[in-house]
Design a protein around this ligand. Structure first.
Ligand SMILES: [Zn+2]
Length: 226
């Protein structure tokens, strides 16, 4: 190994050991890669399914601090360095045996604005871990304004966003949908419907965080700006 590469590798290894916890900056961090044990344990864990539109969606956490901040930064502020933590959150969920992973699609306009589909990034890591392919047969059209629509019209509007542009060559029967945050569950429901029309028979869904009505946990003073 050339000397420079050797030093680089050694520094990287050292870095892995001494980088401080992303939340409280204590060091050294231990088991959980980017967080110290205490911060990891204090995350707003859920690790249970939530029910939306008669679907069960497995959620790793509640959409509470600091997960809400981290997800917002990951999605809207290009803070992609949060991904290893988010991957680990997803890894805490027991996933069903599936043939493919379907990331929640975003519209082309969103994709151009943002530069990436956050759910695809998460899906790619999980797909690697579960050793299954990513499958993106459904396209998402632009969302029209939902103002003035009733609940039924809103759901219908969301369903119309999910379309098959080109008949997929391969069709999977058992799939797992990945989304970052689930609120009403309407987009997962709409994607679920579209996948069913394609012939999927077992469709599971999971997300990093669920927005629930449950009273918020007390906010602690951890800083996520690191
Ligand atoms: Zn910590």
């Amino acid at each position: 190994m050339p000397m420079f590469d050797y030093f680089k590798a050694t520094l990287q290894q050292l870095g892995q050991k001494i980088l401080p916890c992303r939340l409280c900056e204590s060091s050294p961090r231990l088991k959980h890669y980017v967080l110290c044990k205490s911060c990891w344990q204090q995350l707003p864990w859920l690790k249970q399914p939530i029910n939306r539109h008669e679907l069960q969606i497995m959620a790793a956490c509640y959409y509470h601090y600091p997960i809400d901040r981290i997800l917002q930064q990951f999605k809207y502020e290009q803070k992609l360095h949060h991904q290893p933590l988010l991957d680990q959150l997803l890894a805490q969920i027991k996933h069903p045996k599936v043939q493919a992973i379907v990331p929640m699609p975003i519209s082309d306009t969103r994709l151009i604005e943002r530069g990436y589909n956050q759910s695809l990034l998460l899906a790619q890591q999980l797909a690697k871990k579960l050793n299954v392919p990513i499958w993106q047969p459904i396209h998402r059209l632009e969302q029209h304004s939902q103002k003035g629509l009733n609940r039924f019209e809103r759901i219908q509007g969301i369903e119309q966003q999910f379309v098959v542009l080109e008949k997929p060559k391969i069709r999977y029967r058992k799939v797992l949908i990945i989304d970052d945050v689930v609120t009403t569950g309407s987009s997962i429901y709409a994607l679920h419907q579209a996948l069913q029309l394609l012939g999927c028979q077992q469709i599971y869904a999971c997300c990093i965080a669920a927005v629930t009505d449950k009273v918020s946990k007390p906010v602690n003073n951890l800083d996520t700006t690191a």
